[in-house]
Design a protein around this ligand. Structure first.
Ligand code: NAD
Ligand code: MG
Length: 390
């Protein structure tokens, strides 16, 4: 029987690629739920094509538009965040793909876990912010969490057939982004349009900026810590510019396993949706002769301060990664509008980290408050710095 999917964030980079995977395997997958925030036009188009049981549009202003466009079809239309939390629990949903961006994805994932659904997780911020809570609930409800992030999918694939106690360390690879090797005197002037040009991966805007600052790798270290139950010291990062090794696991006998392939997010998406099956596709294959040299180097933590800040937050734990994430979401949004400089983003995130109270063992409510407070502080600092320019 085909797996029935709830695709949360269907209009995004991951969401649209997931629909490509569904289209290529109509015998294996069926779309039960589509959700989008505000791109009504695209979600309407997707609904007409994939005929889900329901569509959720979280931006309430777009509800009438979606509702009336789909009124002739047997498709239920809901709006708001609460509706999202409801539909993921439906009996007709087998797998929930979490492809919403940022903290906004947390509640729907927790709700799906509560109902014991299989979670294909792209939304890394969910684990960054509340990894302890999410993983504890997933264990309690026996909800499997299958990573979609390419590095974590690589590690997950390397771990098939292995015992957790045989893992010595995880080695996350990072392409280094468009500014690899650049120094502060160069970075001080870079603009969003420049940072959006990722050399190897085509992704949504936020994660593309995070890749250029290396914040993405920091978030992924925290994501890996929770997903695979590692100590901080067991997670390493190496810059590997070619992006054909998607990550590695080193075992207690010194053996290292890597998962490789050309960079294409459809592969980890397909793996997570089809798991535990591995299914065929006709994506372009990796030819080693096209990559006569694979390179590996240490990240420049001094220049790319966001990575150091994320590692710090990981060590601090508690609500520290939640503060980091909220401040970063605000800064990336501002950077995309050219309202803050590339290097300034790290300065401001550091200030927000100092300005919000630390909580060692936060509840869900504490995470919500922390997120809110950190965003308020981040916006205050932004305003102040803008005033001082003019
Ligand atoms: P995107 O910006 O392209 O899409 C985001 C999706 O989330 C859209 O469908 C949007 O409608 C929805 N959304 C945004 N804000 C929302 C809100 N407040 N409430 C409900 N829905 C909302 O982002 P993306 O690049 O597809 O990334 C999605 C997630 O997957 C992120 O957490 C990202 O880190 C992760 N991820 C992405 C990639 C990639 O290649 N794009 C790779 C690895 C991990
Ligand atoms: Mg990744």
């Amino acid at each position: 029987m085909a797996k029935r999917l709830a695709i949360l964030g269907s209009t995004g980079s991951i969401g649209t690629q997931a629909l490509d995977v569904v289209l290529a395997h109509p015998d294996l997958f069926e779309v039960e739920i589509l959700s989008a925030h505000s791109n009504a036009t695209l979600v309407i188009e997707q609904a007409i094509k994939f005929r889900p049981n329901a569509v959720v549009i979280t931006d309430e202003h777009k509800y009438e538009q979606v509702k009336s466009a789909l009124s002739n079809l047997p498709i239920k239309v809901f709006c708001g965040q609460e509706a999202l939390r409801d539909v993921v629990q439906w009996d007709t949903v087998d797998v929930v793909l979490g492809a919403i961006l940022g903290f906004a994805g947390l509640h729907s994932i927790l709700s799906a876990i509560d109902a014991g659904k299989v979670i294909a997780l792209a939304n890394k911020e969910t684990l960054v912010v509340a990894g302890a809570l999410v993983m504890a609930k997933a264990r309690e409800k026996r909800a499997p969490i299958i990573p979609v992030d390419s590095e974590h999918s690589a590690i997950f694939q390397c771990l098939v057939g292995e015992q957790p106690q045989s893992i010595e360390k995880l080695i996350l690879t990072a392409s280094g982004g468009p500014f690899l090797g650049k120094k502060p005197n160069y970075l001080v002037n870079v603009k969003a349009s420049h940072a959006l040009q990722h050399p190897n991966w085509s992704m949504g805007n936020k994660i593309t900026i995070d890749s250029s600052t290396l914040m993405n790798k920091g978030l992924e270290m925290i994501e890996a810590k929770w997903l695979f139950g590692m100590n901080d010291e067991q997670i390493d990062v190496v810059i590997h510019q070619q992006s054909v090794i998607h990550s590695m696991v080193q075992f207690t006998d010194g053996s290292i396993k890597a998962q490789m392939g050309l960079p294409d997010m459809k592969l980890p998406i397909q793996y997570a949706l089809a798991y535990p099956q591995r299914i065929h596709n006709d994506f372009k294959r990796l030819d080693f002769k096209d990559f006569p040299k694979l390179s590996f180097e240490t990240p420049d933590y001094k220049t790319f301060k966001n990575l150091a800040l994320a590692i710090n937050a990981m060590h601090k734990a508690g609500n520290a990664p939640c503060i980091l994430n909220a401040a970063n979401e605000v800064m990336v949004h501002a950077f995309l509008q050219n309202k803050v400089g590339f290097l300034e983003m790290s300065e401001m995130i550091e200030k927000v980290m100092d300005a919000v109270d630390y909580i060692a063992q936060p509840s869900l409510e504490d995470y919500e408050k922390t997120d809110h407070l950190a965003r308020t502080k981040a916006n205050e600092f932004l305003k102040k710095s803008q005033l001082s320019i003019y």
